[in-house]
Write a protein that binds this ligand. Structure first.
Ligand SMILES: Cc1cc2nc3c(=O)[nH]c(=O)nc-3n(C[C@H](O)[C@H](O)[C@H](O)COP(=O)(O)O)c2cc1C
Length: 313
């Protein structure tokens, strides 16, 4: 498991809010202002640092921290973000920091900041009115803080973090994933459309990168009519942290109308078409083409691999 440390500095709360959202999505994570950095932070693997931009520079406390902890940071994988009003300036400033940190900066994030004139100190008010007039902007509050942008950036970081996992060889991982899928027969299928969500426990059968589900119908189809994007969870009961086994699948669902495919699945399940025809109601077939499997198995750790593994189909 890769542990993430989110370190930030914030004067008026925007960078703090962004750091909070990022650490929620990147968990397992710890979020600290720089003032709380301590020995406990040494063994985190992935370090995300966030700063506001003031007068064309990163926060002075962040600048000091980067100088003081240069040696420690050399050993880490890093992502940097800022909140600011002028995105191109924010990017320039972050690139300067990146140059000083050499090769281990994996991602930069320029996020919109927030400015409430009535909350500023006398000194900041003065500095800011000078900054706004230099930029040709009116001396008034601004709100460029956008939660969707922050969530998108955090999800990108999550993918980057997954690349840092100690990976099983792909052929072995595929075997592990397929064995797990074949050893189980019940999943939770999550479908959604707009504000409507549905999690449905269902029996499935796995065959070559696809899950097949027979269903009499129900609310999940209301969502599938509009969105084929699905997520599937298959897992064992929790007995302890050293025995976790479960997967989250991302895939595309199709309601199968091809008779040959339907018949093959019925055979695969050891049933006869005559039996299906004798039923008083229709049985529909859903096929889920697997795209990505996130497999959590604590036992991988004993072999020196990350307990979390990602298989892309
Ligand atoms: C005194 C002052 C100077 C600022 N200077 C800049 C600047 O040079 N460039 C910029 O893009 N934003 C500038 N901003 C906007 C802040 O970067 C933005 O409001 C940020 O989100 C504040 O972060 P915080 O709420 O975490 O303190 C300035 C804001 C203040 C109050």
């Amino acid at each position: 498991m890769i542990k993430t440390l989110v370190l930030y500095e914030s004067r008026y709360g925007s960078t703090w809010e962004a750091a909070n959202i990022i650490s929620l999505i990147l968990g397992p994570a710890r979020r600290y202002p720089l003032s709380q950095f301590s020995e406990d932070c040494q063994n985190f693997d992935f370090i995300i640092m966030g700063t506001p931009i003031y007068n064309g520079k990163i926060h002075p406390k962040m600048a000091n921290f980067l100088d003081q902890k240069r040696e420690w940071l050399k050993e880490k994988k890093i992502a940097l973000f800022c909140t600011c009003l002028n995105g191109s300036e924010g990017l320039r400033v972050l690139r300067e920091v990146e140059d000083r940190l050499e090769d281990n900066v994996l991602e930069l994030g320029v996020l919109g900041g927030r400015l409430q004139m009535d909350r500023l100190t006398e000194q900041d008010y003065q500095n800011l009115t000078e900054y706004l007039s230099r930029e040709g902007l009116p001396p008034q509050g601004m709100d460029l803080f956008n939660i969707e942008d922050i969530v998108d950036w955090a999800l990108r970081l999550k993918d980057i973090k997954d690349e840092l996992l100690n990976k099983l060889p792909v052929s072995r991982l595929r075997e592990e994933v397929e064995n797990f899928l074949k050893q189980h027969n019940t999943c939770t299928l999550a479908t959604s459309f707009m504000g409507r969500v549905r999690a449905t426990p269902l029996e499935y059968v796995y065959n070559q990168g696809q899950l097949y589900i027979l269903s009499e119908g129900g609310e999940k189809f209301a969502n599938l009519m509009f969105s084929s994007r699905v997520s599937v969870a298959i897992y064992e009961d929790y007995t302890g942290m050293d025995n976790i086994k479960g997967m989250q699948i991302t895939g595309q669902a199709t309601i199968v109308d091809d008779l040959d495919e339907y018949q093959q699945v019925i055979e695969m399940k050891g049933m006869k078409m005559d039996f299906i025809r004798s039923l008083p109601v229709d049985l529909h077939l859903i096929r889920i083409d697997l795209e990505k499997v996130e497999f959590l198995k604590s036992e991988f750790k004993k072999e020196g691999y990350s307990s979390r593994q990602i298989l892309k189909f």
